[in-house]
Design a protein around this ligand. Structure first.
Ligand code: ADP
Ligand code: TRP
Length: 319
């Protein structure tokens, strides 16, 4: 089964990104044909500042966190230019109304972001990303479901005209993944400024953890763990006896939330240790990262090119 995902290179990754998305992708490598690319063309729609640097940072971080180039086809979107050709061809199968109804465009313009054409036509490029590789399953967060539906609508229109050339993709929502809370208890998100980042200095990380909002209970009293933001974060990193032990510390009393925060900091630092080491390796070997991306692009092209040939023939672009 071919599973495809696109990642926008948007800076420092937080633990919400890891548990909500990256870990699923890494786990999927075990039993699926995973295709993962860095969506650098997409990133241009939101300004595209420091794009080249962020693309390399994103590649480095994903390799460190477990994207395995032996198991996954991993590349940068702009290295497979066929996607732009397909984007144009698909544009002719995309009614204006379909794009006018897209939530992400409506939301962004409602927030006052000046609409440009790339923001408007973003779902067509995303459809090209998906359809160019015969992708069957697209794991997405809720905000991206509509984009996969648009890709299906476009594929249907195309196939009605030219026969069954494009594979119909399906979205897969990650139900079992709960929303990771931020330090204020709201959904962790860069845009809320409430993140705990995966990579960074230990001291800085602890400083952030110390800002986690907790209820005010005297040191000696028992504490609730169920709705505690510190516990909810720690739960991501602990299981079995270790989690039970933390719960007991809460109910026993005698320790403050500050103690639990220090414990969370230690557990988290340990959890990401191996990833940090791998990241340092790739940071010191950026040429190797580039090589991995280039050979990923070659593999991606092997899938894209024969399909593009079929599309060119069917549409009469080939003459
Ligand atoms: P942000 O909200 O910080 O800008 P993105 O929108 O770039 O994060 O999210 C990238 C991926 O990480 C998406 O697949 C999204 O579903 C996942 N993700 C982001 N924040 C969380 C969270 N708090 N809990 C679970 N998953 C999350
Ligand atoms: N739009 C996706 C996001 O913002 C990124 C993306 C681009 C993508 N192309 C894709 C995701 C194709 C899945 C499939 O997160």
């Amino acid at each position: 089964m071919r599973v495809l995902t696109g990642i926008q290179p948007s800076g420092d990754l937080h633990i919400g990104n890891y548990f909500g998305s990256i870990k699923q992708m890494v786990d999927a490598q075990k039993d699926s044909d995973t295709f993962a690319f860095i969506a650098n063309y997409h990133a241009m729609t939101s300004g595209g500042k420091d794009l080249s640097k962020l693309t390399m940072q994103c590649a480095t971080d994903f390799l460190a966190l477990g994207i395995d180039p032996e198991k996954s086809t991993f590349w940068v979107q702009s290295d497979v230019k066929e996607v732009l050709e397909l984007y144009w061809i698909l544009s002719s199968f995309t009614p204006m109304g379909l794009l006018e109804r897209a939530h992400s465009f409506k939301d962004k313009t409602a927030k006052g972001i000046a609409a440009n054409h790339s923001l408007f036509s973003y779902p067509v490029l995303m459809a090209a990303d998906i359809l160019l590789f015969g992708s069957e399953v697209i794991p997405v967060g809720k905000d991206q479901i509509q984009h996969v539906e648009i890709a299906r609508d476009i594929a249907t229109k195309f196939n009605n005209e030219y026969g069954d050339i494009l594979v119909m993709p399906e979205f897969r929502i990650q139900e079992e993944v709960q929303t990771v809370p931020g330090i204020d208890g709201q959904k962790m998100s860069k845009s809320y400024g409430n993140t705990v980042n995966i990579f960074g200095e230990e001291k800085k990380q602890l400083k952030t953890i110390k800002k986690i909002v907790t209820e005010n209970v005297a040191m000696e009293d028992p504490k609730e763990f169920i709705n505690c933001n510190v516990y909810n974060m720690a739960k991501l990193f602990l299981e079995g006896d270790n989690l039970r032990a933390l719960e007991e510390r809460y109910t026993k009393g005698g320790e403050g939330h500050g103690h639990f925060k220090i414990y969370l900091g230690e557990v988290m630092w340990e959890y990401f240790r191996e990833f940090r080491e791998k990241r340092e390796y790739f940071q010191n070997n950026q040429d190797e990262v580039r090589e991995i991306l280039k050979s990923g692009a070659l593999r991606a092209k092997e899938v894209a090119q024969p399909l593009m040939e079929k599309i060119r023939t069917a549409t009469g672009i080939a003459y």
